[in-house]
Design a protein around this ligand. Structure first.
Ligand code: R5P
Length: 291
């Protein structure tokens, strides 16, 4: 039986694409705010006994969670068979430990919340660092997909003699895999984060790669401080301006412009979060597991 897809606000484009690929149905729901700011939800499609898929990428998650929760609860009241969530970007994966006494480990709390709302989850390259798999966090089945093959394909097609560079040890898992798939060399830097917007990276040993195009690869670009520091260090050491590739275009306010200003030759991201830098499509990766 084919699934019925419901986009949460701002997820219509990806949802339509998935529905087209899978020849499935798109459900009709009204989700809006009352004048007092509270959320109104109404489902207009007959969903009783059906498997439904909610599509909601989760950057700026605090604003998205309540409409998602209300829609899921409404669908349950309408007796759906199951609810899956497609969240190409999964939030709250970075506060995965208590760094300072008294801090909340929000990765856990967020996972607990989502696990109580939907029956299963599909996401792309969640920031698994101190947690090694989703089962350590989520109590529902969670399918993790990887953008690495599509990044490798893009790099091979668009970059001359690439040298992949990971800005920190956390990026090693992505850089190593993409480099292997693209069959190109890679280096990883050391990074120290002193605050939300204060990051320092060490100088890499790149003398042997002077004729290569540096390609920075990371999972998330948020404040872009990690990429900016790396770009600035590289400028002193290698002639070519780097291509900056991030899976998830989180981009805090002013971050994209600051990265351009810092000297990135090109900034490329996947469409896990809609952004003008999206050049790598993840639609078919998602559709494959939703078949
Ligand atoms: C953390 O280690 C991640 O892999 C990214 O390097 C980090 O999230 C990037 O954040 P920002 O753009 O704020 O430096």
């Amino acid at each position: 039986m084919s699934k019925i897809f419901f986009p949460l606000p701002a997820n219509e484009k990806l949802t339509q694409s998935l529905v087209n690929i899978l020849h499935s149905e798109i459900g009709e729901a009204e989700i809006r705010h009352f004048p007092d700011g509270e959320t109104y939800v109404r489902v207009l499609t007959d969903v009783e006994g059906k498997d439904v898929v909610l599509v909601c990428t989760l950057h700026h998650p605090d604003d998205k969670l309540l409409p998602l929760y209300f829609l899921a609860k409404t669908l349950r009241d309408l007796k759906v068979k199951s609810i899956s969530l497609v969240a190409p970007y999964l939030a709250y994966m970075r506060q995965d430990i208590q760094f300072k006494p008294g801090e909340g480990v929000t990765s856990r709390y967020f996972a607990g919340l989502l696990s109580g709302v939907v029956d299963s989850l599909i996401t792309i390259d969640p920031h698994l660092h101190r947690f090694h798999n989703m089962e350590e966090l989520y109590t529902i089945p969670a399918t993790v997909l990887h953008a690495a093959p599509t990044l490798a394909t893009w790099i091979k097609k668009h970059v001359h003699k690439p040298l992949l560079i990971g800005p920190d040890e956390e990026s090693l898992q992505w850089v190593k895999e993409v480099a292997a798939l693209a069959d190109v060399p890679f280096l990883v830097l050391n990074k120290t984060r002193f605050g939300d917007r204060n990051v320092q990276v060490s100088l890499p040993e790149i003398n042997a790669y002077q004729s290569n195009t540096p390609v920075l690869v990371d999972d998330i670009i948020s404040t872009a401080r990690t990429m900016i520091e790396t770009v600035q260090h590289l400028k002193k050491m290698i002639a070519q301006a780097p291509v900056c590739i991030g899976v998830h275009a989180v981009f805090a306010e002013g971050a994209f412009e600051a990265l351009v200003q810092a000297g990135a030759a090109q900034i490329v991201t996947c469409n896990t979060i809609p952004h003008s830098s999206n050049q790598i499509q993840v639609d078919s990766i998602l559709a494959e597991v939703l078949k």
